[in-house]
Write a protein that binds this ligand. Structure first.
Ligand code: AMP
Length: 281
């Protein structure tokens, strides 16, 4: 496995792979890799012939007061995990490689970022869209893999690729969960033991809404109320939102007639967790 810490090394390696007519897959991450990330890598290993994992805690997607400084960084473990599963190249740039001078160019995907996490994390998705566009230009993947756990991020990236005609196929991968249903997240390790135990109620609420919908309930206010009543048993510090939206446009859904995404964000102290379920009645 090759490790590229600078852009020329990445570009040279990818150029060689492309010259050899290998199909290039990219898995963008911020590191602190867990089984969820590795499920994306496994999808990439199945679908492509040269797999690049990027590890970059992107400063521009963190707002002031968010956890950029304290975000978990576990480089040695991450490289070992990538090596174990058979990744071809890890791109792990320092901030100065990605942003040699403060950037004045930003990609903003409007509308889809005005909802769900958008209002609670101003500028976050601009940072995400911009860094993903940069990674696409640098790694030139044929296919890029994203988790459905970050459903809004996935919708935003898909729309950016569509609007800008980027020559990348975007693949969304299923959410990997702990045995009690909590979605794997690099931030889970920051929950206190009792918070960790209670946090399962977030997914319990989403699962209850899915079951209720499958039993015939179509009114989203009722379904959201069900999620809220169960999520509150987790006793989070606060709930940013619980919403029912169209999975592609992220516009609110009031009566279920097609696929619907139930999504929520809740805080336990300074740790913010998100989760969602997609239901296709
Ligand atoms: P992050 O390092 O948090 O930026 O995540 C990198 C990628 O891994 C994103 O596409 C996430 O959606 C995906 N991911 C994170 N957690 C999970 C999970 N539990 N299951 C599936 N994919 C995940």
């Amino acid at each position: 496995m090759q490790v590229a810490r600078d852009i020329p090394t990445l570009r040279a390696a990818v150029a060689e792979a492309r010259d050899a007519r290998l199909r290039v897959g990219l898995v963008p991450t911020m590191g602190a890799l867990h089984t969820g990330h590795l499920s994306l890598v496994n999808e990439a290993l199945k679908a492509t012939e040269y797999v690049v994992v990027s590890i970059f805690v992107n400063p521009t997607q963190f707002g002031p007061g968010e956890d950029f400084a304290s975000y978990p960084r576990t480089e040695e473990n991450d490289l070992a995990a990538c090596q174990d599963v058979g990744v071809d190249l890890v791109f792990i740039p320092a901030s100065e490689q990605m942003y040699p001078t403060p950037p004045v160019t930003t990609i903003r995907v409007a509308e889809l970022t005005d909802t769900l996490c958008g209002p609670h994390r101003p500028g976050h998705f601009d940072g995400v869209a911009t860094v993903v566009a940069k990674l696409f230009n640098l790694a030139q993947p044929d296919v890029a893999f994203f988790g459905r756990k970050d459903a809004q991020q996935l919708a935003v990236i898909r729309r950016m690729v569509f609007d800008l005609n980027l020559p990348v196929e975007v693949v969304g991968c299923p959410t990997v969960r702990e045995s009690d249903g909590l979605a794997l997240s690099s931030r889970n390790m920051r929950l206190a033991p009792d918070e960790r135990k209670r946090a399962r109620a977030l997914h319990d609420g989403l699962a209850a809404a899915r079951d209720l919908l499958n039993a015939g309930e179509r009114d989203c206010a009722t379904l959201i109320a069900k999620i809220r009543s169960i999520a509150l048993t987790a006793a989070p510090t606060s709930i940013d939102y619980i919403s029912a939206v169209d999975p592609d446009t992220l516009r609110p859904v009031t009566q279920v007639t097609g696929p619907v995404l139930f999504a929520l964000a809740a805080r336990f102290g300074s740790t913010r967790l998100i989760d969602n379920v997609l239901v296709e009645p």
